[in-house]
Design a protein around this ligand. Structure first.
Ligand code: SF4
Length: 379
């Protein structure tokens, strides 16, 4: 009963049972698309040709399209279209609108994109409702132009870098708004290049991204100059094993976090989406303990946490129910508070009493179980 008075033990928080949802089959550790296409302007960019060579070296044929129009993705029904799109990679030039960067509080000052789309199958996917059309993964060939275009934003922070907790980061750039970098970097090398670009940049700047994958060996030893913060998107086991198909297992993500931290990278946790699953205190407590074990003994550790509760919009709900018709993800408008986001868009978040309960729990448990960790924000 969401109207029940809030109690200190949190017993009033209605929880969500996922115990009878089968975990997906063993997740793919490294994604390879079944179909790869390249659009004509992508061939004109050295990085486009680099991606094509890289993919062909894996023995995958790259179809060279004669126009920028991608065909053959729509199937006979939504399921088929989804499956085809999710196994297709398109090498394209980024849309010109992406060159004008947008602020992306509270994560970073600015967002920029090296790709759009992701091969994983999270039932709450953040991309649902944000991107239009079938969810094809597009990687950008014009990497050099994109990276060069960032220079005019250095030194122009937004409200994000003016926060006391963020001032030492310089101007921050988020590179995972519409994709998962480590799901794709073995195919493109784009994020390795970005790490080196930021490492060599003679200005206080930070590159940031978040991932649910674990392939970090190519990043160990790069000249990152501590200018890239890699955050691992983590969740308690009932959520991560049952709702994050095609991603790397939690233990592997935490092992990857340790590897990068030992190589001197600032690292982070994106604990998201926080959900009131059954026994959430115990389950999230286990998650924090697993993180504590993963960072044990890392010298000069710089660890942050970003805490994001589950929310949905009418648009994302509709798309997700089309993609995952049998999902057990709770998207019950009656159990949520309706809020208006930017530009008046409606979103459904947990009610205030549940938010208070969750926030209080996370802040105090992170302070006691992960004392080295700085919380950047709660939302
Ligand atoms: Fe969506 Fe992120 Fe999951 Fe990819 S990893 S499916 S972008 S939520």
């Amino acid at each position: 009963d969401p109207a029940a008075p809030h109690s200190a033990s949190g017993e009033s928080v209605p929880t969500h049972d996922l115990s009878d949802v089968a975990p997906p089959a063993r997740p793919a550790r490294r994604w390879f698309p079944q179909r790869v296409v390249a659009t004509p302007p992508a061939y004109d960019h050295p990085h486009g040709r680099h991606i094509m060579d890289r993919i062909e070296a894996y023995g995958i044929e790259v179809e060279r399209l004669t126009s920028a129009r991608l065909t053959g993705v729509r199937g006979e029904n939504d399921r088929q279209t989804y499956a085809r799109a999710k196994s297709t990679l398109a090498i394209v030039v980024s849309p010109p609108s992406r060159r004008k960067l947008q602020p992306i509080a509270p994560s970073a000052d600015w967002r920029f994109d090296l790709a759009e789309g992701c091969p994983a199958h999270c039932q709450y996917c953040y991309l649902a409702g944000s991107l239009s059309g079938p969810p094809v993964t597009r990687v950008y060939a014009d990497l050099d132009d994109i990276l060069d275009g960032l220079s005019e934003y250095a030194g122009h922070g937004t409200v994000t870098s003016r926060r006391a907790s963020r001032r030492d980061e310089g101007t921050t750039f988020e590179a995972s708004c519409y994709t998962d970098p480590l799901a794709l970097d073995h195919l493109t090398g784009s994020w390795q290049r970005a790490v080196q670009h930021f490492g060599a940049w003679n200005a206080p700047v930070q590159l940031r991204w978040t991932t649910k994958f674990d392939e970090v060996d190519n990043f160990v030893g790069l000249s990152h100059n501590r200018r890239t913060r890699v955050r691992f998107s983590v969740n308690c086991l009932p959520v991560t094993t049952r709702m994050e198909g095609g991603t790397s297992p939690l233990a592997d993500r935490l092992a990857a976090l340790r590897k990068l931290a030992l190589d001197g990278y600032p690292v982070g946790l994106t604990i998201a989406p926080i959900m009131t699953v059954d026994d959430w205190r115990e389950r999230y407590g286990e998650l924090l303990d697993a993180v504590a074990a993963a960072i044990d003994g890392v010298p000069d550790l710089d660890l942050t946490a970003e805490l994001i509760t589950h929310r949905f919009t009418p648009g994302s709900k509709e798309v997700l129910l089309g993609w995952y018709p049998r999902t057990r993800l709770e998207m019950d408008e009656d159990a949520r508070t309706r809020k208006h986001g930017k530009f008046g868009a409606v979103k459904y978040v947990y009610p205030a009493d549940i938010m208070t309960e969750l926030r209080g729990w996370f802040e105090s448990e992170i302070a006691s179980r992960l004392p080295a960790c700085r919380i950047l924000y709660w939302t």
